[in-house]
Structure formats: structure tokens, C-alpha cells
Design a protein. Structure first.
Length: 149
């Protein structure tokens, strides 16, 4: 299953472990890179978030490795908001070869941290929708109108 947003990354020799495949920690670095590109594509740059006094924080990440990547392999790292409620946003990140073969999957939970109070925002989706210039990239469509209710 392809995600609507993805970043293609080519693995590098120095990222390999002794077995000759991509070191497990590098998957987390690729996931972080893809998350920032995802936010940037929606207009949520580090500057925009910083000016708002907030920053995204990774609260949980579960990795499921399926196939190995070796030096020079290309992988598409996708990102999609898959759920969450209250202070938490769930992200699904799929790692796929260009031919669509699944390599790994990361299920992540993030929040938005108020950089002054050091507390998570109560409704991060609303904040992201408000600050994003392209909230549809995140799959965060405008909240339903209460007009006429």
C-alpha cells in the first residue's frame, strides 16, 4: 500500500552493519528525515513551528523489519497520519523499494510540545491544520462546520 507522501533515499555503504545490510538505527534516521520532509511539504517548517513556540516530539516508534536493504539500494519512505486522538497523532511510515516491495514499517506516535510550558498541546491536529499552508498533504482536512447544527 503506497502512502500519498514519500521520500526516496539511497542507502550508503557507511550505514551498513557487519552483515552487510542497513543498520537498524539508520531506519530511524530515515524515518525522521521523511517526517520533516512531510511537515515541510505541508508548510510546517522548523521556522513556522518555532515561531509558534512549538515542536514535534516522537513519543513512541515501533519498527517491523521485513526485508534487508544493502549499499546503493533505493527506498521510498512514506508518511501518512493514520490516527490518534487528544494529544497524540499516529503516523504510519512505510519503507518500500521502488517496485513496491515492502521493506519495513514504522508505527509512530507524535505530539506537539509547547516550548515554553514543556507540555503537549491538547489538540495537535487543529494546530497543524491552522499553521500548515497545505494541510491536505497531512490528510488533515478542515474540521466539519457546525453551521446549521
Amino acid at each position: 500500500m503506497r502512502t500519498p507522501f514519500s521520500v526516496r533515499i539511497q542507502t550508503r555503504g557507511y550505514e551498513l552493519d557487519r552483515q552487510g545490510h542497513l543498520n537498524q538505527a539508520v531506519y530511524m534516521q530515515y524515518a525522521e528525515h521523511a517526517r520533516w520532509r512531510f511537515f515541510h511539504a505541508a508548510g510546517l517548517t522548523q521556522d513556522v513551528l518555532g515561531e509558534a513556540g512549538i515542536g514535534p516530539v516522537l513519543l513512541k516508534a515501533t519498527v517491523r523489519f521485513q526485508r534487508e536493504l544493502q549499499s546503493g539500494d533505493e527506498v521510498d519512505v512514506g508518511c501518512v497520519v493514520s490516527g490518534g486522538q487528544g494529544k497524540l497523532v499516529e503516523l504510519m511510515q512505510r519503507f518500500e523499494r521502488p517496485d513496491g516491495t515492502s521493506v519495513a514499517r514504522i508505527e509512530a506516535v507524535i505530539g506537539l510540545l509547547d516550548l515554553t510550558t514543556r507540555q503537549l498541546l491538547r489538540d495537535p491536529r487543529a494546530t497543524m491544520r491552522e499553521l500548515a499552508t497545505k494541510p491536505d498533504v497531512l490528510g488533515l482536512h478542515a474540521a466539519p462546520s457546525m453551521a446549521g447544527a
